[in-house]
Design a protein around this ligand. Structure first.
Ligand code: HEM
Length: 404
């Protein structure tokens, strides 16, 4: 155990709030405040897990893959335990040295050349979709805009066929499955049952599209750069990690731009600013609210004693609004200095999002096309959220646009 000289080691304060209660999932900000104020590390009583909500500790846990490992799974369950087992992601839920090798092989596949090729295809798709949206004038910013775009652009790049209904049901299962076994978990697992076989087939070699990222991953397996069976697991991680997250993040950026006409005016005048709008969107309302690590051994964090083999939830949503780190944390401000690389919405450290260039490419393509061609955008109704254990996501975002 490492102890800090001038900080006596103490037990974690206890917080008796369920982060997975429906009302907290719908509006997590009071919980985030309570979590940050209770201490640098707290014990969440209803689930018997540690949690961090301040930026400094969240960053420390994510950056230290030796003390805080992912092979216990990035959800609240320890997937190494009987009864809680599920197939781990061979990238996100493995520790170095295995992680280092797999990550290097996948990074080679996602070369700048490959990313550039797909970014160009995103631009074409964005132009066509924005034609339709302008024609409509009023539309749902989720279903008709960000979701429609991501479901066209992303599966084509990865090389998988993802029909809307099946994809959304599998996504909902994945992000409820990483939470506790509550009503949301059971409902999502049951709803997904009929589609599990379809999904498994979708990520296999004979189903993926030629010239795609998935095909490159299978070729890496052929060359021995990835162990047998890993390519389809990574394709599954890409679909899981890259679909709902991007829909969610782009939805948040669009929502806030619609609420703040003066910020829309800035992106309309200079569409390059959509990059900052996307980063601020995912800082302000983080798609992945929480990810978990497991303590490799008994340790200490900011003067708090942590037992071995315990789950610790890193609440990125709370850290991304920690007033210790951010000025006016609740404000959406696309001119905020030093955004990318500072917020934790894409993680940090060894497991930092490997698809972030793709997510940024998609958001830049769609948001800059909208910014160029739409003079003003406003809410045409009240936005709603979908309660999901691990993820924050808009359900409906009624929008009205005025073309240039
Ligand atoms: C706005 C969109 C996205 C957000 C907010 C996001 C967020 C994250 C976060 C927070 C992590 C780290 C999780 C942890 O440390 O426990 C992560 C890792 C990962 N993401 Fe993303 N992601 C996005 C888009 C994508 C896309 C488009 C892909 C697919 C190409 C992707 C694939 C992955 C994978 C495979 C990992 C694991 C990396 C590793 O363990 O080395 N993500 N993402």
């Amino acid at each position: 155990m490492t102890a800090v000289a001038d900080t006596p080691v103490r037990d974690a304060p206890v917080l008796d709030i369920d982060p997975y209660a429906i009302e907290v999932l719908r509006d997590p900000y009071a919980f985030h405040h309570a979590l940050r104020e209770a201490g640098p590390v707290v014990l969440i009583k209803p689930h018997g897990v540690y949690a961090v909500g301040r930026h400094a500790e969240a960053k420390e846990v994510l950056a230290d893959h030796t003390r805080f490992i992912t092979s216990g799974g990035i959800g609240i369950q320890d997937i190494r335990k009987p009864g809680d087992f599920r197939i781990p992601s061979r990238l996100l839920e493995v520790d170095p040295p295995e992680h280092t090798q797999v990550r290097a092989a996948v990074t080679r596949v996602l070369s700048p050349l490959v990313i550039r090729r797909f970014k160009e295809s995103f631009v074409d798709k964005a132009a066509k979709l924005v034609d339709e949206l302008i024609e409509r004038r009023e539309f749902d910013g989720v279903e008709h805009c960000v979701e429609a775009f991501v479901l066209q652009a992303f599966p084509a790049a990865v090389g998988v066929r993802l029909p809307r209904k099946e994809t959304l049901i599998i996504g909902e299962m994945r992000f409820n499955q990483s939470g506790p076994k509550n009503a949301l978990y059971h409902a999502a697992m049951e709803k997904a049952q009929p589609y599990l076989e379809w999904f498994e087939k979708t990520v296999q070699r004979d189903a993926v599209l030629p010239g795609s990222i998935a095909e490159l991953l299978f070729q890496a397996e052929d060359k021995g750069e990835l162990a047998a069976g890993v390519a389809s697991n990574i394709v599954r991680s890409f679909v899981g990690g890259g679909t709902d997250s991007t829909i969610s993040g782009m939805g948040f950026a669009l929502h806030q731009l619609a609420r703040h006409p003066e910020q829309w005016a800035k992106v309309h005048a200079d569409p390059a600013k959509v990059k900052a709008a996307f980063e601020e969107g995912i800082r302000h309302e983080s798609p992945f609210q929480v990810t978990y690590r497991t303590t490799a051994a008994a340790t200490e964090l900011s003067g708090v004693r942590l037992d071995a083999d315990m789950k610790i939830g890193v609440f990125m949503g709370a850290a991304n609004r920690d007033p210790r780190h951010w000025e006016r944390p609740d404000a959406f401000d696309i001119d905020r200095p030093q955004l990318a690389g500072n917020h934790l919405a894409m993680g940090t450290g060894a497991h930092a999002c490997i698809g972030q260039m793709i997510a940024r490419g998609e958001s830049e393509a769609l948001l800059s096309e909208l910014a160029r061609r739409v003079k003003s955008i406003e809410l045409a109704g009240v936005p709603t959220y979908r309660p999901i254990n691990q993820m924050r996501m808009l359900n409906k975002l009624p929008l009205r646009v005025q073309p240039k």
